[in-house]
Design a binder for this molecule. Structure first.
Ligand code: AKG
Length: 194
């Protein structure tokens, strides 16, 4: 939100130059097998050690229009992000199960945020058990990047006690000749509602 350092940071020349570095668009183009264009709305997330705050299990397609052939997300920790800091976790091969979302939603998934129907659940063990899939993660280091499709289930865990914040960004591209989601056409703000 306006006044927060992250609000100014995503609008800064430094950050935009980072997100616009040609190598990222080139990698996205490999996935699309076609030219890629960066999606302007680029969240920067900070998780304060010891606070119970994490990303619930979700799929990006709930939040942004687009199919795997047209949209790709690059999740980049801005600094080291060991497992204890609560980096991104992926539900193994969940993007390959087109029926997963319906199965999970019709199974009355536990939720800690009843008024928000977008996440699948906050209960990562429940969804792993329900789908018989493992959560996969890594000891992320500065300079790492993971790339995912809008259909894979992912989440994060609460940041544990460390001396530094877990800070990350998600940089997205769409296939240049595909339609863009108008909600993602402006700079990110934590309170923009999307
Ligand atoms: O950084 C996080 O915890 C969530 C990021 C995310 O969901 C994404 O990059 O799509």
């Amino acid at each position: 939100m306006k006044g927060h350092p992250a609000y100014d940071f995503v609008r800064s020349d430094t950050f935009r130059a980072f997100a616009d570095q040609p190598a990222l668009a080139q990698i996205a183009a490999i996935f699309f097998d076609a030219p890629a264009e960066r999606i302007k709305r680029t969240p920067v997330r900070h998780f304060i050690p010891g606070r119970k705050f994490a990303s619930r299990a979700h799929m990006d397609k709930t939040y942004i229009d687009g199919i795997a052939a047209d949209v790709v997300t690059m999740w980049i920790p801005l600094g080291d992000c060991p497992v204890v800091s609560g980096g991104l976790l992926y539900l193994e091969n969940s993007h390959q199960d087109a029926a997963l979302e319906d199965k999970v939603r019709s199974a009355d998934a536990p939720t800690d945020r009843g008024n928000d129907t977008r996440p699948l659940t906050h209960d990562l063990k429940w969804i792993a058990d329900q789908t018989a899939r493992r959560w996969l993660t890594a000891e992320y280091e500065a300079g790492d990047m993971v790339i995912h499709a809008p259909t894979i289930v992912h989440a994060s865990t609460d940041p544990g006690p460390t001396d530094y914040m877990r800070i990350s960004t998600d940089i997205r591209f769409h296939r240049a000749d595909s339609a863009t989601d108008p909600r993602w056409a402006d700079h990110w703000s934590a309170d923009d509602g999307y």
